[in-house]
Write a protein of this length. Structure first.
Length: 230
């Protein structure tokens, strides 16, 4: 009787219906390690203003949860449909600020699926390969359009256009006006320029020059080497 039960257990394990306690522990631990490594990649390569500690924790949680779900489903089609039905009643309203964050969510899902199905080589190699790609693209700053690009924002009185235009011509290689916001009293306007500094000219010189001009206020300069919301 014991031999029959053992044989049945082995057959079910081969079919993927039942995981032994050791396999469950290994799969969940691997999912945790992969999730931590994915979050480390995200933190190390992240640029911009949309960094979130909550998102880092989410990457770890998603990897572990997906591995558990995959072990629960196994090859059971009924469980898979039950899971889809359960998830369909949940509404996710969180807005992803950076499109690159979506890729990390999918990577966590893939790592969790690999760990949950005991596909250790796929999980480890896949995440490791993505780490090499992420660090390489970050090191070479892939996708950057300009090396010295800034967003210049300031409020100017309506009769001060000649003053700031002359200043920009002295310090800036290109200056593209991308946004104008008027004021309630129709005496000033808030201007946003996409600028590229001339060679060997520090942006501090431009800021000091504009600050000394009359009719210029609310001055700010934001480095836009990476994506910036304005």
């Amino acid at each position: 009787m014991n031999d029959t039960a053992a044989n049945l257990m082995n057959e079910l394990q081969v079919l993927g219906y039942i995981y032994s306690p050791n396999e469950v522990i290994i799969n969940i631990c691997l999912a945790f390690l992969l999730g931590m490594f994915i979050s480390f990649i995200y933190k190390s390569t992240h640029k911009g203003l949309s960094y979130s500690q909550s998102f880092m924790l989410t990457l770890v949680y998603v990897t572990i949860i997906v591995s558990i779900v995959m072990m629960l489903i196994g090859n059971n089609l009924a469980r898979a449909f039950a899971l889809v039905g359960a998830l369909s009643i949940i509404r996710f309203r969180t807005v992803v600020k950076d499109t690159k964050d979506t890729a990390y969510v999918f990577l966590s899902l893939a790592a969790g699926m690999a760990a949950g199905t005991s596909s250790y080589f796929i999980g480890i190699f896949g995440v490791g390969f993505m780490a090499i790609i992420a660090f390489s693209l970050d090191y070479f700053n892939y996708g950057t359009f300009h090396k010295s690009e800034f967003i210049l924002i300031f409020r100017s009185e309506l009769d001060s256009s000649k003053k700031y235009s002359k200043c920009l011509n002295n310090y800036v290689k290109t200056a593209n006006l991308i946004h104008i916001q008027g004021s309630g009293d129709d005496k000033s306007q808030k201007l946003t320029f996409d600028i590229v500094m001339k060679k060997n000219i520090e942006p501090e010189k431009l800021i000091n020059e504009l600050t000394n001009l009359s009719g210029i206020s609310e001055l700010s300069l934001v480095a836009s080497k990476h994506d910036v919301d304005y």
